[in-house]
Design a protein. Structure first.
Length: 190
């Protein structure tokens, strides 16, 4: 399974774009371009707390992403912040649950959402969000590839090689073992 097979883009016509905030400023900029060019009504920023290793205290990736979206001109009333409570484990699953609850609390019932995330994480994010969302919600996924990734093959970078191995293992784990089964989502048993 190469990095391109994990970096799946399957964009669906959708009203809601979900953005995993940990992808960084450049990724958020690309997500805002996606939001503006594809007719979404809402953009959801999600992501748990940073490690706190570089900051004085842990910050919410969701809140940092939302602040960047506002800075880039997205109207505040079109942004939904979905910060998961627990991100020690199952970060993608917990983010998906937080998004579902945030949309429900905002009264938004979309039949289709697209998840915007970084490259090799895309296939797993699409799988996890599809498991968490309502059975009547279709989930598309958009794999954002950082520009520096296009400069050289993944096998020439130790960081990208580790990322690919980790994402391959994470995707297989999710596919085979269902990380969120029986948890706090109303649709875990579907």
């Amino acid at each position: 399974m190469g990095s391109h097979s994990l970096a799946l883009t399957r964009r669906l016509p959708a009203d809601v774009l979900v953005v995993e905030g940990w992808i960084g400023r450049e990724g958020i900029r690309a997500a805002v371009a996606e939001f503006e060019h594809h007719g979404y009504h809402y953009i959801v920023a999600t992501g748990g707390l940073t490690s706190g290793r570089w900051e004085n205290k842990p910050e919410s990736y969701a809140k940092m992403a939302a602040a960047e979206m506002i800075r880039l001109g997205v109207p505040n009333e079109r942004i939904i912040v979905a910060t998961p409570e627990y991100t020690e484990r199952r970060r993608t699953f917990e983010s998906a649950v937080a998004v579902w609850w945030a949309l429900r609390d905002a009264g938004i019932q979309s039949k289709t959402v697209n998840v915007f995330t970084s490259g090799a994480h895309a296939r797993r994010s699409g799988l996890v969000f599809a498991k968490v969302d309502s059975p009547s919600t279709a989930v598309g996924v958009i794999a954002w590839i950082p520009p520096e990734y296009k400069a050289e093959p993944w096998w020439r970078s130790s960081d990208r090689s580790r990322e690919l191995l980790g994402e391959t293992a994470g995707y297989l784990y999710e596919l085979l073992l269902n990380s969120g089964g029986g948890s706090n989502t109303p649709f875990a048993a579907k």
